[in-house]
Ligand binder design. Structure first.
Ligand SMILES: Cc1cc2nc3c(=O)[nH]c(=O)nc-3n(C[C@H](O)[C@H](O)[C@H](O)COP(=O)(O)O)c2cc1C
Length: 209
């Protein structure tokens, strides 16, 4: 009799652990949120080898952060959703004009309006933010995104693409904006001239999240 009770208890305990693990797996979802601004006019914009704001893959043009975010989301598969931090036509798609427009916006700290909203942010445990450095900081569009959502208790991973500034301290800006989130030190920082050739590196990083 004792042995029977022991066997039943053990079986019950095992079932409960399995279902607890099952719940845990289904709760782990990742949002890959990116801001990217491929500039589509001018020689520099289209010449990926000179390190411009475009990654060319199989003849298709992507913004560098867009390419990184898509690769991460593809690698994570069904457990991840891809979300564009979308400012529509707020910024000029011209290499010279965008520098003036964003510099004055950044000086005045005017945050752009976003066109899309995340459906049910509560379902995500992990948030991957992918963005370029703009004027030695994170683009104000990313700040708009952080203003819109409370990411407390979530883990935030960061991937930055840049023209020389590396992460530019964007991880600290994110930590200040989301003080109750954990901002991982495990960042993926890619120079714009390395993005196109870093597909495997991006995949490996994503697998470790
Ligand atoms: C308005 C603007 C400002 C930028 N400021 C910086 C900067 O301060 N430091 C830096 O390293 N790169 C800077 N860059 C270069 C971008 O970070 C780099 O080209 C990045 O790969 C662009 O990513 P995207 O194609 O996803 O927009 C700037 C680019 C733009 C358009």
């Amino acid at each position: 009799m004792k042995r029977l009770i022991l066997t039943v208890s053990l079986a019950l305990a095992l079932t409960m652990t399995a279902s607890a693990n099952g719940n845990e797996v289904s709760r782990t979802k990742t949002l890959v949120a990116y801001f990217s601004f491929p500039i589509d006019s001018g020689k520099e914009a289209l010449d990926a080898t000179s390190g411009a704001s475009v990654t060319i893959k199989n003849g298709r043009h992507f913004g560098n952060a867009q390419f990184i975010a898509m690769t991460i989301a593809d690698t994570l598969g069904e457990s991840a959703d891809l979300f564009e931090i979308d400012t529509g036509d707020h910024y000029p798609r011209d290499y010279k004009k965008i520098f003036n427009a964003t510099q004055s916006e950044q000086r005045k700290n005017v945050k752009p309006k976003l066109l899309k909203r995340v459906q049910n942010i509560a379902q995500y445990d992990k948030i991957v933010i992918v963005c370029p450095v703009w004027w030695y900081k994170m683009p104000l569009a990313v700040q708009s995104f952080l203003d819109e959502y409370d990411l407390s208790d979530k883990t935030i991973y960061l991937s930055v693409t840049h023209g020389g500034s590396r992460s530019a301290g964007i991880e600290r800006e994110i930590a200040a904006a989301e003080p109750k989130a954990t901002v991982s030190k495990n960042m993926l920082i890619l120079s714009r001239s390395d993005t196109a050739k870093s597909e495997q590196k991006i995949k490996d990083w994503a697998k470790g999240l």
